[in-house]
Design a protein around this ligand. Structure first.
Ligand code: MD3
Ligand code: FE
Length: 202
């Protein structure tokens, strides 16, 4: 598919049903020690998406702002490690020389969405972001960093995309889910995994 955005790479159906099931089980087991929580924006508005993280650092948002930190904001424990399956996928699909140090786990239940935004909290904005969609199909919106028109694209379970080069600062968001489009996630909905390099390369 052509999103009209250079650097937006998309692999529909990259993960088959067996791999998707195993990945959901692996991620849900990992987040038993780092429960999903509901962050608030710096302005104090709760996100409709629930979040957790895996890896050396995780993305958090609260009254103090957006940042990456090594511990869960509610348990104060380190985030669980990123499963090897995801580290392999990052290496195979991005070819980036260093492994990711952050995996944000976004849980969308039926009415969750994510407003249009840019991802710019990472130290090195030349490193790619890799996104894995699991569960219900999402209506994803993406447009150029500079603004202007956006395009809508459906992200289904097992789809993977990488944001590299000029697409790295693209504006993007999730308008809505297609509820019940997949039975993959216990309790329903969608899990999105985003793998990133958040810390500066030392
Ligand atoms: C385009 N997550 O966590 S993933 C996010 O489905 C985020 O949960 C969405 O946006 C989700 O920040 C979208 C696809 C994605 C991720 C990062 C991007 C698209 C992107 C970074 C730059 C441009
Ligand atoms: Fe984003």
């Amino acid at each position: 598919i052509d999103t009209g955005l250079e650097g937006f790479r998309y692999w529909p159906g990259a993960l088959d049903a067996t791999v998707q099931k195993a990945l959901v089980a692996e991620v849900l087991a990992a987040v038993e020690d780092a429960p999903f929580y509901q962050p608030v924006t710096p302005g104090g508005r709760p996100f409709s998406v629930r979040m957790s993280n895996l890896g050396p650092v995780g993305w958090v948002s609260d009254r103090a702002g957006y940042r990456y930190q090594p511990t869960h904001p509610e348990t104060d424990q380190p985030w669980p490690p990123i499963p090897p399956t995801l580290l392999d996928l990052w290496r195979d699909l991005t070819g980036w020389p260093e492994p990711p140090d952050a995996c944000l786990v976004n849980l969308y239940r039926e009415n969750a969405k994510m407003g249009l935004h840019q991802d710019r909290d990472e130290a090195d904005l030349t490193a790619p972001v890799l996104s894995v969609s699991l569960g219900d199909t999402a209506v994803f919106r993406v447009g150029a960093a500079a603004g202007g028109a956006t395009r809508s694209l459906k992200l289904a379970s097992g789809d993977v995309c990488a944001l590299t080069g000029p697409a790295r600062l693209a504006r993007h968001g999730i308008d809505r889910l297609l509820p019940g489009s997949s039975g993959l996630i216990p309790g329903g909905g969608r899990i999105n995994l985003t793998l990133r390099k958040a810390l500066p390369t030392s």
